[in-house]
Write a protein that binds this ligand. Structure first.
Ligand SMILES: Cc1ncc(COP(=O)(O)O)c(C=O)c1O
Length: 377
């Protein structure tokens, strides 16, 4: 197996097992940012293509990564922005309903809870042991449910939901299925055209190894037609690429998700970095990322269980992810364990009473052994 550690900065003395928190830049991305800085230092070298071609290349790469068409991808600055495009664009009215899960990350909670101000009823499903069950969601849905919004991968337990079953349920009930894919895209293969998913929003700063402040949202064509556009990005209108003769009192919007792009889409520093990281991931392959993480997490889950910890990792590989959570029964003990790990230079997160471990290509078996050494009673 190829050793990927050389492709990343050296974390010594830290053992970094927290990609679900921030994915670091690979070395190729760091080099590419140097080029972006050059462009800003020398604006005379900026071409009109820098405003249009790069966003389109990034859009194409993202579409390829998730099995969508480029015309269904809007470039955003966060998962929140992607979800907000839908929450604010669907024209919710008093009496409409939305179903969410308490296990969602706040981006996928507050975007919907905020609709309560309009008289929208938001039902919150509370999954036991972090697993969102189809029957619980079905029970929360009514004929007024317009959106079912769930996280693909739980940011705490790493549990993966059944996108097909939940999406089919949503569609049977006449609802849209909106997914936050932040903790999965880049680490787990996905083919959106083969799934009943209408919207998928993601931040790029974790498993896409992108900069903080970049993301995307997949908007299925039929959803775009239903969305009201709240902010017009002048660079997305027809003819905006002709800087000498920009449209003035009339403008035409293309039939394309790019109309929902974050303004100043071509943000050089962010997009150059994201493009380089996407190239890296696609060269390595999402399957390789997943396989590598699985090889590290499987024995870790086994050993933690043997040591008496409660581990959140599905046994069925179809529901596993590249995140594992574990706790030791009491919140105090788990918090102390997390402190001990940090003090021992093992970087993991504490989330909702659980120690969260999320390795990546730069980790090896020795890193897992070190973690186990620290948590062994
Ligand atoms: C599931 C999930 N969604 C979204 C985010 C980040 O959201 P945003 O890009 O809106 O800041 C996180 C961050 O931890 C997350 O875990």
């Amino acid at each position: 197996m190829r050793d990927y550690r050389q492709e990343f900065p050296d974390f010594t003395p830290t053992i970094y097992l927290d990609c679900a928190y921030q994915g670091p830049f690979p070395r190729v991305t760091i080099a590419r940012i140097g080029q972006a800085i050059e462009l800003k230092c020398h604006p005379e070298r900026l071409g009109e293509s820098d405003y249009f071609d790069r966003p389109e290349r990034v859009r194409k790469r993202l579409a390829g990564l998730v099995g969508a068409s480029p015309s269904e991808i809007a470039l955003t600055n966060s998962a929140t922005q992607g979800l907000g495009i839908v929450a604010s664009g669907l024209g919710f009215e008093e009496g409409d309903e939305v179903v969410i899960s308490s296990s969602n990350f706040p981006s996928n909670l507050f975007s919907w809870l905020h609709l309560r101000r309009l008289g929208v009823r938001v039902h919150v499903v509370r999954p036991e042991c972090g697993q969102v069950r189809v029957e619980d969601v079905a029970a929360a849905m009514t004929p007024r449910t317009r959106v079912l919004a769930l996280d693909w991968i739980s940011y705490t337990t790493g549990a993966r939901i059944d996108l097909r079953a939940l999406g089919e349920l949503a569609h049977r009930r006449g609802s849209l299925f909106v997914v936050d894919g932040t903790q999965g895209v880049g680490a787990i293969e996905i083919n959106l055209h083969d799934l009943p998913v209408d919207v998928l929003a993601a931040a790029a700063y974790k498993w896409l190894l992108g900069p903080y402040g970049a993301g995307f949202v997949y908007l299925a064509e039929k959803v775009q037609d239903r969305l009201d556009l709240n902010v017009v990005n002048w660079l997305s209108v027809e003819g905006s690429d002709d800087f000498d003769a920009l449209p003035m009192d009339q403008f035409t919007l293309p039939k394309h998700a790019r109309v929902f792009d974050v303004p100043e889409t071509a943000n050089f520093l962010n997009l150059q970095a994201l493009e380089a990281s996407l190239e890296f991931i696609q060269q390595v392959g999402v399957q390789t990322v997943n396989g590598h993480c699985t090889q590290l997490l499987d024995p870790l889950a086994k050993e933690l269980t043997r040591l008496g910890y409660t581990v959140t990792r599905a046994t069925d590989p179809g529901f596993q992810s590249t995140i594992l959570g574990f706790h030791s029964g009491s919140l105090e003990a788990t918090t102390a364990l997390h402190r001990k790990l940090r003090a021992s230079n093992v970087a993991v997160s504490l989330r909702q009473g659980m120690v969260r471990v999320s390795p990546y290509l730069y980790n090896g078996g020795a890193d897992i052994d070190r973690l186990l050494e620290v948590v062994r009673p």
